[in-house]
Design a protein around this ligand. Structure first.
Ligand code: TGC
Ligand code: FAD
Length: 392
């Protein structure tokens, strides 16, 4: 793979909107990605293997629990710093960002928000340091966009709960020590349970043959009469709103992350367009190629502004779920379109692992599907603006 020469586009001087802390956090993540992710990621993606050696580095740049309070081992940062870290990691690879998103927003967040103090003390510091990795089990084989229909369930057996069912498409599942699992009680109400590797009847087979997110490990969670201690139930929130609340945090991070992938594709295509000579001229001098580049930087700039404003709203506690859906949908769509155009600009070289674009393009096919599909987010916006539910 070519050396990482990335230079971040900032067409509207977005840096002026950032604090010194934001820039420090972002620059530390950017340097780490250049140093530790870019040189190895293509090889791991080709081999469909998660590069577990980067876990310590992810913890060091604050990617595990960026906004979780310092007393629990988190980085205690604001929402814009969190977003910038996700942007920089996904600039390297969406699969690596997935690992960080799941750990922070889908495992640490519910333990912090819905757990009791003993659960916070037991799990959060180890998750923040990367000593333990976590996964989040919501999706089932027959319930993806409609998680409220889940059939995974638990029964109260007096001194423990008995958990049965299966989850599918679970990021980090094959290596996670801890799983936050959503299941129905005997009254059909959804609760979060912390399931640990080693509990009898709990297994995590890996999902193979993915053409997307190949450097991220995906698997199933299978519960066959698993005895879960009663103290592992998250006591402070139940109902479908509990897992969906975690998704708000993760979707917000993805909105930033997708900008990173788009910036990398744009930057690669811009550099290539100045170096690649055809018909005696750099291809960047042809109007058709300039149109592609001009449209890319316009879309990246619009996404940067949208997402920065969303970050301000999140910091003020005012961002709605529907606003987050709009940003996730817009930015991932923007990134996937830019990846496609950028790939064409590189001609045949664009399909090779010499450049990052094809990997980003394939990764984004998952990003546009998970955490709510492109169409589900459109329906969330539709419901928000009309008050009419088009899901059912
Ligand atoms: P609905 O009746 O609308 O809502 C049920 C309850 O939930 C509340 N709620 C939310 N709460 C917090 N945040 C949100 N975003 C919320 N959206 C809804 C709602 O107020 C209600 O509360 P209450 O108190 O009235 O009961 O539910 P529904 O069954 O009609 O479904 C709505 C729908 C389709 C929008 C929702 O289910 C949905 O978002 N589906 C998409 C599923 C999804 O995103 N799955 C993601 C799985 S995790 C994943 O993909 C991780 S990938 C990680 C990685 O690798 O990065
Ligand atoms: P379906 O829900 O079957 O949807 C199929 C199609 O139907 C989609 O185009 C959808 O938009 C459309 N559709 C569905 N309902 C409607 C409707 N009402 N109106 C119009 N169109 C509709 N899940 C987790 O819980 N944890 C994870 O860590 C996790 N990681 C993932 C990692 C990867 C690589 C992938 C691919 C998925 C992951 N997921 C995870 C699952 C992901 O969230 C689901 O794939 C996603 O929510 C869609 O569900 P589905 O695949 O069952 O598609």
């Amino acid at each position: 793979m070519k050396p990482d020469l990335f230079e971040a586009p900032d067409y509207y001087n977005m840096d002026e909107l950032l604090t010194e802390e934001h820039k420090l956090v972002r620059d530390a993540a950017r340097s780490w990605v250049k140093r530790e992710v870019s040189p190895i990621i293509e090889d791991y993606a080709q081999r469909a293997e998660f590069p577990s050696q980067i876990i310590n580095g992810l913890a060091e740049i604050g990617a595990f629990g960026p906004y979780i309070p310092v007393e629990y081992g988190g980085a205690g940062l604001d929402q814009i710093s969190y977003g910038l870290i996700m942007q920089e990691i996904e600039r390297g690879d969406s699969g690596v960002r997935s690992t960080a998103s799941v750990q922070s927003s889908l495992v640490m967040y519910p333990i912090w928000k819905y757990g009791n103090e003993a659960q916070r003390q037991k799990y959060l510091p180890k998750l923040a340091s990367g000593e333990w990795m976590g996964c989040f089990g919501l999706t089932e084989p027959d319930h993806g966009s409609n998680p409220g229909g889940m059939v995974t369930n638990f029964k109260d057996k007096g001194d423990h709960y008995l958990l049965n069912g299966a989850k599918m498409w679970i990021s980090n599942a094959p290596f996670a020590q801890v799983a936050v699992v959503w299941a129905k009680d005997e009254n059909g109400r959804i609760h979060g349970l912390i399931v640990e590797r080693g509990m009898e009847g709990f297994s995590t087979p890996e999902t193979h043959n993915k053409w997307s997110l190949r450097a991220s490990a995906t698997g199933e969670l299978i519960f066959d009469n698993v005895k879960v201690p009663k103290e592992n139930l998250l006591p402070n929130k139940s109902g479908l709103g509990a897992p969906l609340g975690c998704l708000d945090s993760a979707r917000y991070g993805i909105a930033w992350g997708a900008i990173g992938a788009a910036m990398d594709c744009y930057d690669t295509a811009l550099r290539y367009s100045k170096e690649r000579i055809q018909f005696g001229k750099p291809i960047g001098s042809f109007q058709l190629q300039q149109k592609k580049l001009a449209e890319m930087i316009t879309e990246i700039t619009k996404a940067q502004l949208l997402t920065w404003r969303l970050g301000v709203l999140r910091n003020e506690g005012k961002a709605t779920s529907a606003q987050i859906s709009m940003a996730k949908r817009n930015n991932v769509d923007m990134a996937i379109n830019i990846a496609r155009e950028a790939r064409q600009m590189l001609g045949g070289m664009g399909i090779t692992g010499e450049y990052s674009i094809m990997r980003h393009s394939m990764n984004l096919e998952s990003v546009i599907t998970y955490e709510g599909t492109h169409d589900i987010h459109l329906l969330i916006t539709g419901l928000d603006i009309t008050g009419l539910n088009a899901f059912k």
